[in-house]
Design a protein around this ligand. Structure first.
Ligand code: AMP
Length: 189
């Protein structure tokens, strides 16, 4: 029942106390927003200054260790985690936004959803060759969103320093969509 220590081998360096804080502060909402989905609600974690600060500190340590030169957050919950990490590390923050929200110049990437497609965009004037981007989101599920975000980073001429998420839903196999990339999950369930 207690899955807080059920972490991926690559995540051994994540402090057990941070994993436990994430496990305690993220709320599981069964059958929302639709039947069969187990929604991971990070709002209680964001509303808990101790847990939020510990998560930002852990992600900042990872960002520095990865040699990142920029921190990208995936809209919208990725913004909430990535922006304080960028600020704490003294690095540029790059929003990976849903299509149509940012003025040009943008790079555009479509990806598959269970039903239909979605698209994300990255400003091409703010990142480029020589950059190493630390890509942040809240949840890694099927991996399509993170894969698209990383493709944008690569298309911009930069490289992915690490993909970091609060929670990885292992059964959905998101890591398989990110071959060759370093993926850090603070908690794997
Ligand atoms: P995926 O592309 O399937 O890896 O889905 C990842 C994106 O969808 C992330 O931006 C998450 O915010 C969101 N997401 C997917 N599944 C969940 C879930 N069970 N709970 C909360 N957010 C989710």
């Amino acid at each position: 029942m207690d899955s807080s220590h059920d972490q991926h081998p690559h995540d051994e360096h994540v402090s057990a106390s941070v994993a436990a804080l994430v496990a305690a502060a993220v709320r599981d909402v069964p059958d929302w927003p639709s039947p069969g989905i187990g929604f991971k609600d990070i709002a209680p974690l964001l509303a808990d200054p101790t847990a939020f600060s510990a998560v930002v500190a852990e992600l900042s340590r990872a960002a520095r260790a990865s040699g990142a030169t920029a921190v990208a957050g995936i809209e919208a919950r990725g913004f909430m985690l990535a922006a304080p990490v960028a600020e704490r590390c003294g690095l540029p923050f790059l929003p990976v936004r849903k299509a149509g929200k940012m003025p040009p110049p943008v790079l555009h990437r479509e990806y598959e959803l269970e039903y239909g497609t979605a698209a994300v965009e990255l400003r091409s004037d703010l990142v480029g060759a020589g950059d190493r981007v630390f890509v942040v989101d809240d949840v890694l599920a099927t991996g399509g969103t993170a894969e698209a975000a990383c493709a944008l980073v690569t298309e911009a001429g930069a490289s992915v320093a690490q993909v970091a998420v609060l929670m990885e839903l292992r059964a959905l196999g998101g890591r398989d969509k990110l071959p060759g990339l370093d993926v850090l999950a603070l908690l794997t369930v």
